[in-house]
Design a binder for this molecule. Sequence first.
Ligand SMILES: [Zn+2]
Length: 257
Amino acid sequence: MSGFKKLNIILLVLLSAFVVIDVFFDFHWAWYLSLFFVDFVICIYGSFVLSAQFFTSVKYKGDRTSKKIALTFDDGPLPSQTERILKVLAQYQIKASFFCIGQRVSQHPHILKQVHEQGHLIGNHTFHHSPVMGFLSLKYVVSELTKTNTQIEQVIGKLPRFFRPPYGVTNPNIAEAIGQGKYQTIGWSIRSFDTIIRDQNKLYKRITRSLKGGDIVLLHDYSETTIQVLPRLIEYAHQNGLVFVRLDELLNEEPYR
Ligand SMILES: [Zn+2]
């Protein structure tokens, strides 16, 4: 049972208890308000913290006793940026995972083809990467996922199972769409903030300060800082005995249907 369903049951039980107490005692209305406020705060936290697995089950790390780690690149494929990342990965002979936006796949199918042909894993990251994903209808969310998978299948001939929600936001509609499509939701254990951090050293330190076996690192194709810092990051991991693998190997899960 999801945390959201458990919370609803607790809310219902407490609300019933409040009503019963209210019949026999003078019960201040502020108690009801406090209950709904706490419920609201927990729901907001659950919506934004993917690893809390509040609405759906999420894989956000691998085996901590292993030396395997996974690099994940979101928001591609993009000409130039994705190709430069591929070049670095090929140079060090390592494999990574790419969560792609359907619309960008339709614009740059040849880049996606390169990503796939070079042995990297492809996942679904919705069609439009809407900033208001949390407010969209179930029908719309389902179409966002389905359209992206269809687009990817046309290029690589495979339907992704792995899905990463944009901004890591989940809610009951997104969870329902994930369940209907039988996707495996993928989170991360290291959020690099490479979309904000412009300083190479700062980004390098943020990622390496706690890097260990089992980690899933969230990066973005379009981050210039990431592209610049990638060789140093790979060399640091190698010096510390860490091995880069794709998400399917890290999590021991089928990546395609
Ligand atoms: Zn994204």
